[in-house]
Design a binder for this molecule. Structure first.
Ligand code: FRU
Length: 529
């Protein structure tokens, strides 16, 4: 776990001590009632339409499920500091996947360890016998991480456990015979269990990350687990985390595929951590796909541990997920004072077959449209030099919907620039010649808090071989989420300008940029109801 502590030097020591002494014992149940936001949620860098905890440290989304009108979201949470520490599951819920209500902590560390990442399922048929079919148990699967064992180098300090709720997800009881999957092989990185129901075999399937691979288990009842198989890429020694497995219907076809999401700790396309996926087949025992075909769910630096919701009603039918909007390279030292980290916007995933190649498209859920204020529309534009866009919107809290007419655009390079009056800026550039998009946050704050954060301009591949390029962009106080061509390419990047960006302009070099009708919507804050 050294990677969590690397960037913080002196604090490292203090937290290591704290961790050793505080995990392995039941934590005092500090009642944090943060359902009422008292501070207006408008501190510097506070996202206005992304989920953030009111205070302290957050990482991965965990245990998401839908039940009786509420979408529940748990998350890796350390309630005592703004850096990572003994993990709890923080808790929030939403009726629309956009507005969130903070709830008291869901799971606390106990005598087996702290509570690392995992999932939750609604056991509608009461297969676990932990509830009744009228009031189905909700079963959370998570990793118990024992810091004492880690320090003693026992190597079996991560084990899989469960907890259940009989009141719809608010009060949780740890299962009496935890762990349900012990770490008999003594694998140091053995964590993040997530479960899905497999209709054909009438079994629950659990996936977890075991260093450089995913392990599959099955169970009839969520308590007795049998090992099935491993999935790995030959020669890949990267650290895998937070897997997720689910079936997806292929858009416009009568075909079903299985998707395996895996977060990768290092060597992501733009360095650091990122979420990837594989599309293949799952027969109830093993996952098979052309394993060279690993794809990135998001090309940006800041969408990690993305996982999906369980029990979305059939009449909704969407595959919905959320990611942690940060990167282990710098997550603990970003310049927010009261809290650390936000989640991405909730996204809907779709599976498309593009000439025999299966690809996930992801876009923000349509419910975000509720936040839109009156848009400023720009008719067709033909631009030969930088053009400032003005209207009734604040660039640092808005949705941008641009459509570039590629046939009528002669410039090889064009882009979008956000800036403030202290000389900081953020640029998204498109280069038709080399088929790429560039995202440049290197000058987004003059006070450089992390070398990794500022050192490089990031990039993603773009298809310019078409009539139009659709660019949808959501800017919040501390992030940009870019969705190209209906979600074919996602790019999420956090940024911390010392003053909010209040100007946006279109850029063009050596030629013209031709746009079809474009629109900019101001977005309301989710914290003012
Ligand atoms: C991913 C991760 C998980 C682990 C959790 C600990 O970001 O490293 O593998 O369970 O964070 O907080």
């Amino acid at each position: 776990m050294t990677y969590y502590l690397k960037p913080i030097g002196f604090l490292t020591l203090i937290f290591l001590l704290l961790i050793i002494y505080s995990c392995g014992e039941e934590q005092p149940k500090v009642a944090i009632n943060n359902t009422t936001i008292t501070n207006g949620y408008n501190e510097q860098h506070r996202p206005q339409f992304h989920f953030t905890p009111e205070a302290n440290w957050m990482n991965d989304p965990n245990g998401m499920f839908y039940y009786e009108g509420k979408h529940h979201l748990f998350y890796q949470y350390f309630p005592d500091s703004t850096v990572w520490g003994p993990m709890h599951w923080g808790h929030a819920q939403s009726e629309d996947l956009v507005h969130w209500e903070h709830l008291p902590i869901g799971l606390y560390p106990d005598s087996i360890g702290c509570i690392f990442s995992g999932g939750a399922v609604v056991d509608n048929n009461n297969t676990s016998k932990l509830g009744t079919t009228e009031k189905p148990p909700i079963v959370a699967t998570f990793t118990h991480h024992d810091f004492v064992g880690e320090k003693a180098k026992t190597n079996d300090f991560q084990k899989q456990s469960i907890a259940y709720s009989l009141d719809g997800g608010y009060k949780w009881t740890k299962y009496k015979d935890n762990p349900v999957i012990p770490n008999t092989e003594k694998i140091k990185d053995f964590r993040d269990p997530k479960v899905v129901w497999h209709e054909d075999s009438q079994k629950w399937i659990l996936v977890l990350a075991a260093y450089d691979r995913v392990k599959f288990y099955s169970s009839p009842n969520l308590t007795d687990w049998e090992f099935l198989s491993d999935f790995a890429i030959k020669g890949d020694k990267r650290l895998w985390e937070c897997p997720d497995l689910f079936p997806m219907k292929v858009e416009g076809a009568n075909e079903k595929k299985w998707v395996l999401i895996v977060s990768i700790q290092k060597e992501a396309p733009n360095e650091g951590t990122a979420t990837s996926y594989f599309v293949g087949e799952f027969d109830g025992k093993a996952f098979k796909c052309d394993i060279k075909n690993q794809k990135w769910l998001d090309w940006g630096t800041d969408n990690y541990a993305f996982v999906t919701w369980n029990n979305i009603p059939k009449d909704d039918g969407r595959i919905l997920g959320i990611g942690w909007m940060s990167n282990w390279q710098y997550a603990q030292i970003v310049p927010t004072e009261k809290w650390r980290s936000a989640m991405t916007m909730t996204r809907e995933l779709k599976l498309l077959n593009i000439n025999g190649d299966y690809q996930i498209y992801s876009t923000p859920v349509k419910e975000f449209q509720k936040l839109r204020g009156k848009s400023t529309a720009f008719g067709q534009m033909d631009i030969k030099e930088e053009k400032v866009l003005q209207g009734s919107f604040v660039p640092s809290q808005a949705e941008f919907d641009f459509s570039v007419n590629l046939k009528k655009t002669t410039a090889a390079t064009f882009g979008i620039k956000f800036k403030n009056d202290v000389g900081e800026y953020f640029v998204i550039k498109f280069n038709k010649k080399n088929g790429k998009m560039y995202v440049d946050r290197t000058k987004s704050n003059s006070n450089k808090f992390s070398e990794d954060f500022y050192k490089k301009i990031h990039s993603a591949p773009i298809n310019f071989n078409q009539e139009e390029l659709k660019i949808r962009l959501f800017m919040d106080a501390a992030s940009a989420e870019i969705f190209i061509d209906d979600g074919a390419i996602n790019f999420t990047s956090i940024l911390f300008p010392s003053k909010k960006f209040d100007k946006i302009s279109l850029l063009v070099e050596d030629g013209n940029l031709n746009l079809n009708e474009s629109r900019i919507y101001p977005l309301n804050s989710i914290w003012n109801k």
